[in-house]
Ligand binder design. Structure first.
Ligand code: KIV
Length: 254
């Protein structure tokens, strides 16, 4: 499969002839090597590594140094994939700080693009500046886990008129600022479909229905790697937690 670029991704819209874009998270070298051999479109080194790898309660605790470390390992294993890395909480709280953090993460990890959460004016300005200096940006709206404390929990967004209008405006502003794609996390399904129709760049949904141009999932949820059940919107294709546990128990009986 030919490696994606921002040129192949920027105009990728779901239609009868096209499959949705598939994106999975990845946090380590060996899994990256495996994904590199598949038809996966994009890899995300998500700050969800804070939850599933480091056992943090929220992604707020993830630092820029941690994102650099994990992104480097993934990119080393997945040279043939378009890899996106998350800018973590606090690393883009001002335009100048965001520019410094983004250059550091992009240059040191060698990934193809960065993702950041939100669409406030300083974030839109930052996205404009980053794209101008050659750093492609994926947007992320709806449930933005770095703001979980401000949002007051994890829930579906875009259910009332005010929230719908806000999300539609944010999506359009992110496209205008230069994003090549936008993650819609836990956005009410009909709104996610409407946003998808209104944009010329692809929407990548998670918990936002099946009509977005692509889908992103946390690989640990898809393979049920962890002890806890994955979120309701993810139908796991295996239960590696139980399988690995059985294998270890059998080994210990030898
Ligand atoms: O960090 C992450 O894994 C993400 C996805 C859930 C979109 O941002």
């Amino acid at each position: 499969m030919k490696k994606h670029t921002t040129r192949s991704l920027r105009h990728y819209k779901l239609n009868e002839k096209k499959k949705p874009l598939h994106m999975l998270t990845c946090y380590d070298f060996q899994t990256a090597q495996l994904l590199n051999e598949t038809e996966l479109d994009m890899i995300l080194v998500g700050d969800s590594l804070g939850n599933v790898i480091l056992g943090y309660d929220t992604t707020v605790e993830v630092s820029l140094e941690t994102m650099i470390l994990f992104s480097k390992a993934v990119k080393k294993g997945a040279s043939e994939k378009f890899v996106v890395a998350d800018l973590p909480f606090g690393s883009y709280s001002s335009i100048n700080k965001g520019l410094d953090s983004a250059v550091k993460l992009f240059q040191q990890s060698n990934v193809e693009a960065l993702k950041l959460e939100g669409a406030y004016p300083h974030e839109l300005k930052l996205i404009e500046r980053l794209t101008q200096i050659g750093i492609p940006v994926m947007g992320h709206i709806g449930l933005t886990p770095q703001s979980v404390h401000e949002l007051g929990g994890y829930y579906t967004h875009g259910k009332d008129e005010a929230s719908k209008n806000k999300l539609m405006t944010e999506a359009m502003n992110l496209e205008k600022a230069g994003c090549f794609a936008i993650v819609l996390e836990c956005v009410e399904e009909t709104l996610a479909t409407e946003i998808t129709k209104n944009l010329s760049i692809p929407t990548i949904g998670i918990g936002s229905g099946s009509k977005t141009d692509g889908q992103v999932l946390v690989i640990n949820d898809l393979l049920h790697i962890g002890k806890n059940d994955p979120p309701k919107f993810c139908q796991p294709i295996a239960n590696l937690y139980q399988e690995k546990r059985k294998l270890i128990e059998n080994y210990l009986k030898r």
